[in-house]
Ligand binder design. Structure first.
Ligand code: AMP
Ligand code: MN
Ligand code: MN
Length: 331
């Protein structure tokens, strides 16, 4: 984030943090590494200032991120903290709707501080710190905490390292800027336990997870002159392998890794009957945020998602029509 902009917002946040005592932190549904890492870093920072803080999420924490969850834990809706918050931080979340059910536990007169890097952010907060030129919400949060002269403890650094490492795809996506790498280096200097992070997030799979991967790999298909690749996950596969739906987010990286593919699509049957969660990843300048928007979703240029009603095959057809139109325009 640009330094000048950071200063203006930080003064507002400093005032609010000084003035109020009860804080609630939340993030987008099916929270990922950036959402959870940012929440936990802010939790520790506010706790270190003596504030009363709770994290509340719509969905469970994926297994791979549980090692950074603080002792007090994370409330998963409908489990809620007893105290009403005066200030709500919404992190890594483009719209109020994307908070999912946590939206219902925002008190009517609470101040909302929206910190995010999605291109599709709707500036829904009382204070909005939104910029899409950073790799992760965790990178914005680090600038803010540094401006606020907060001591970056090793717990804060580890959580922010998770945010930055996961949203850059282990420093491989196009958002891996010099600033992102400098932020990661700084976090390691502050004591981020980076070996523990890579071990937990990327180098530990349950046997069940590997079995699920085998089922998913069996569904891979190429479309439109091999420019689009799809894979899917059914409820039946999850039941058979006993893997939680929340632990399937990384599967979106499989189809886009195929040589020559411009867009990779992961289709997941949702708990809600006859609804499919679509995750798209792209490269070579192809914008999947525009495609997701057509179905009421959003995200970033190279990683976006949406939820569509229908069976997996019906939804795949709908998405392929739009992707093919987009690819034809690009030709
Ligand atoms: P996913 O496909 O869920 O892995 O998400 C890819 C990116 O798009 C993430 O940054 C998500 O936060 C964002 N995203 C996914 N689904 C939606 C949606 N329905 N509305 C807005 N953003 C979304
Ligand atoms: Mn996210
Ligand atoms: Mn993010």
């Amino acid at each position: 984030m640009k330094e000048a902009a950071a200063t203006i917002y930080v003064n507002d946040i400093c005032d609010i943090v000084k003035r109020y005592h009860r804080f609630l932190i939340t993030a987008h549904v099916r929270a990922d590494g950036d959402a959870i890492g940012s929440e936990i870093a802010l939790y520790y920072a506010l706790k270190d200032m003596g504030k009363s803080v709770s994290i509340v999420n719509d969905s469970a924490v994926p297994q791979v991120y549980r090692f950074i969850v603080p002792n007090g834990g994370i409330y998963i809706y409908p489990e809620l903290p007893k105290e009403e918050a005066e200030v709500v931080f919404a992190l890594d979340c483009p719209t109020l709707d994307r908070l999912g059910k946590t939206r219902e536990c925002i008190p009517k007169d609470a101040k909302i501080i929206n910190i995010d890097h999605h291109i599709s952010n709707e500036n829904f907060g009382n204070i909005n710190i939104v910029t899409d030129d950073v790799c992760a919400t965790g990178e914005i949060l680090l600038s803010i905490l540094k401006e606020m002269k907060v001591k970056i403890s090793s717990d804060i650094a580890t959580a922010l390292y998770v945010a930055i490492m996961t949203d850059t795809g282990r420093f491989t996506h196009t958002n891996t800027t010099p600033e992102a790498l400098r932020a990661a280096a700084f976090l390691i200097e502050c004591g981020a336990r980076h070996n523990e992070v890579t071990k937990n997030v990327y180098n530990t799979n349950s046997f069940n997870q590997i079995q699920l991967n085998a089922h998913v790999l069996n569904t891979v298909k190429l479309h439109f002159e091999n420019r689009i690749a799809t894979v899917w996950v059914t409820k039946e596969m999850l039941e058979k392998t006993r893997v939680d739906a929340i632990d399937t987010q990384e599967l979106a990286d499989i189809p886009i890794s195929i040589e020559g593919v411009y867009v990779g699509v992961l289709l997941r049957e949702m708990t809600q009957p006859n609804w499919v969660k679509v995750s798209m990843r792209s490269r070579n300048g192809f914008d999947v945020n525009n495609i997701a928007k057509k179905f009421g979703g959003g995200g970033h240029k190279y990683a976006a998602g949406c939820e569509i009603q229908g069976s997996i095959l019906e939804v795949q057809k709908l998405i392929l029509v739009e992707l093919e139109k987009g690819l034809l325009q690009k030709k």
